[in-house]
Structure formats: C-alpha cells, structure tokens
Design a protein around this ligand. Structure first.
Ligand code: ADE
Ligand code: ZN
Length: 395
C-alpha cells in the first residue's frame, strides 16, 4: 500500500451517503437468491457485473430495484449491513449514516419491520464487532406519489426513536422536492433530520426547493448547484453539507471523466463537501476508493483529505459531544509498529496507517511524512522501505 493510500484509508472518517441496498455485491445477490429461492436473471457474478453499464440514473435504478428483490428476511438485511460495515472498517470508517428504501420492500409484500429490524440488528452488531457507530435514514422514493410516502412515514411510527432522519431518492428528473413538501413537514414536526438528493441529475432549482421547501439539514449530491453562482455562495455561507459521491457521478455519467469531477472546485469554493460511495457494489468502489480515485484524478492534497474527513463528522447527525470527540482526533498520520522490536530486532510492520486519535492506548506510533521529505528517514527494513511511492505527483 502506498503512503498516499495508507493515509487516506487510515484517516478516521464517516460515510454520510450510502444506500444499504446499493452495497449488495453480486456474490451476495446469488447467496440471497439461493437462500430465499428467488430467481435472478443472471447465471454468473461476471454476468451481473457486465450488466452494470449505465448511461444515467434511471438505467441504474432499474437494475438496483431488481437486485434488492433478493432480500427477504431480517437475517438478509442484517448480513447485508454487517458486510458493509466490515468494508467500511477496512477504509477507516468509524461512523455511517445509511439510507434504506422501505417502499422498495413493502411494495413487494415485505412487512415494514423486516428491513428496519434486520438493519438495526446489523448496526448494533457492527458497533460491538468493529466499534462503528451508525444512524439509519429512511428514504422516500420520489417516483412514487405523496400518499405512498405518508403511508411509509406512518408505518415507521413504532421505530421513529431509532430512525435519525428521512431522505428523498430515486428518479430525480420530473420529481421535484416540492412534490413531497407536506410529508417532509410532517417528518420535521416529528423531530426527524431531513436530507434530499438534489442536483444529481436535476437542475439547481431542485436544490433551491430542497433548501426552502423541505428545509434540509443536508443535500445529497448537489453537483448541479455549481451552475448557479448565487446558490453556490448561499450553500457555502450557510455551511450546508453536500454528500458528494464521485464514483457514482462517473458511473451514472454525471461527469464523463473523473478528472472533470467538481470535488476540488467545491472545496476551493468553500463548500462543505464530503466524500461517499452511494451504491458501492454498483459503482465500483467503497468510500476509501472514492477518496483515493478522486484525489488522484483532481489533485486533492492532504489538507483536502483532512477537510473531507472533518466535514464528514461536522456534517453528520451525531450529537455535539460525539462530534467534538471526533473533532479532537488528531489527523496527523501515524504508523503503528509492532512492539517486539527490543526482543527480536526490527520486525515486520503492519501496513495500515494509524492515527493518534484512533490508536488504542499503549501502542507505539511513529510519524510518517510525505515521500521526499527529509525527516523520519527509514531504518533498514523499517516502515518506509516497505512503502511504495506516493501516487499523485503533488503528494
Ligand atoms: N437510490 C440509490 N442510489 C441513488 C442515487 N444515486 N440517486 C437517487 N436515488 C438512488
Ligand atoms: Zn444516493
């Protein structure tokens, strides 16, 4: 692993834009289809992956809803969540706020409880197993009508103390936030946090509506806000968090080349951007890959990475004390050594980067520096000699 990659994967981060149904890997699709005796129109994992070529959001959604139909039991949802959290852990994730789409499941006959209880069980187990905290956000499908979203809010009533917020997803064009003004008002009155996908494919006006009609706490995506200078200035001034998903944008042709992705521009404009994976099983990368490939493509610096990681906590729905705890975490890179050097001479080193704030007590940590700086010269057989060159030339 390069210094660059170790730094990015090691930095403590939260993921704020993740559809749990979009973490269904093809292998799991086969496993759940066998388990539940559900037919899927694919014969192999390769065939499934081959079908993931999308020209726009709708192309993706058609296959995504088909994939979600293999999920039938609480155990499926629990397993799905746990598999996601294991991958998040490997990417330095310590907190996640995950979306689920109840109507995708209730509209094919599953009781509301199946998805929500299964996911909550997975989230609880992830905290025990991996120390990852998480929150659940229930999304309304915007291609459905307002009555369906109200039925969903009503069905969620017994679980509302365990649901942090509501979101708005699915086909954006032709389904403006204003279509759901009343259900979001009801959700707000229930004390739920509010987010909405806006400006992914839809125009800047949808971002205006999300702000002024839904009164969002967060905008999911928000890319097209950049087409409107006054809106961009407003988002920056209000410190509105944008949950940006670069590999999703590439795969759904929101950008045609990752080099054209606006992440760097967003940060330079003072927007509170974060970096997330959206539907990682479909878009070719989890949160760490999103950071790494975007950093390579648009030239994010270490400071940019630290800003994205910090924004992921300040933009989260964690309480103030938890945010402060994450904010105190020192994000200077530290490399964990094995501690038996005195007994057995220099030993093999763990390849992952650690951070002061994330290190458990008693562990030895040594600083790493960007390749090419003079301090911290490697000892023979030591950590730096096992590191490849940092990838982007500016690192
Ligand atoms: N549902 C799952 N992923 C989505 C996305 N990227 N946009 C809108 N709805 C979604
Ligand atoms: Zn999304």
């Amino acid at each position: 692993m390069s210094v660059f990659e170790a730094f990015i994967r090691g930095i403590p981060k939260a993921e704020l834009h993740l559809h749990i149904e979009g973490s269904l890997e093809p292998e799991q699709m086969f496993e759940f289809s066998r388990r539940n005796k559900v037919d899927i129109p694919f014969r192999s994992v390769e065939e499934v992956r081959g079908a993931y070529a999308f020209s726009n959001l709708q192309d993706f959604l058609d296959i995504y809803y088909q994939g979600a139909a293999v999920l039938h039991t609480e155990e499926d949802f629990r397993d799905l969540a746990l598999a996601y959290f294991a991958r998040l852990k490997a990417d330095g994730g310590v907190h996640a706020e995950i979306f689920f789409d109840p109507e995708t499941h209730t509209n094919r006959g599953l009781p509301f409880s199946i998805a929500v209880d299964g996911l909550l069980a997975g989230m609880k187990e992830a905290e025990t197993r991996y120390g990852i905290t998480s929150k659940l956000i229930m999304c309304f499908l915007r291609h459905l009508d307002e009555a369906s979203s109200f039925r969903t809010l009503q069905a969620a009533e017994p679980w509302l103390h365990r649901i942090a917020g509501v979101g708005l997803d699915s086909s954006e064009k032709g389904h403006p936030p204003s279509k759901f003004a009343r259900v979001f008002q009801a959700a707000r009155e229930l004390g739920l946090k509010i987010c909405a996908h806006a400006g992914e494919e839809g125009p800047p006006d949808y971002v205006h509506e999300a702000l002024d009609i839904l009164h969002v706490d967060r905008i999911d995506h928000g890319n097209r806000a950049l087409e409107d200078d006054a809106l961009t200035r407003r988002l920056a001034k209000e410190g509105m968090t944008l949950t940006v998903c670069p590999l999703s944008n590439l795969k759904l042709c929101v950008v045609m080349d990752l080099k054209d992705h606006p992440m760097k521009r967003m940060l330079n404009l003072g927007l509170k951007a974060t970096c997330s994976s959206d539907d990682p099983a479909y878009f070719g990368g989890y949160v760490g890959d999103n950071y790494i490939r975007t950093a390579e493509a648009v030239g994010l610096t270490r400071e940019d990475i630290v800003t994205l990681a910090k924004n992921s906590f300040t933009g989260s729905f964690l309480d103030a004390a938890s945010k402060a705890k994450h904010d105190r975490c020192d994000r200077r890179p530290r490399r964990r050594e094995l501690t038996n050097e005195g007994a057995g001479g220099p030993t093999a080193l763990k390849s992952r980067t650690n951070f002061i704030g994330a290190a458990s007590s008693g562990e030895t940590v040594v600083a790493i520096r960007p390749t090419g700086t003079s301090a911290g010269a490697p000892r023979s057989g030591g950590p730096r000699s096992q590191m490849k060159q940092a990838k982007p030339s500016h690192w």
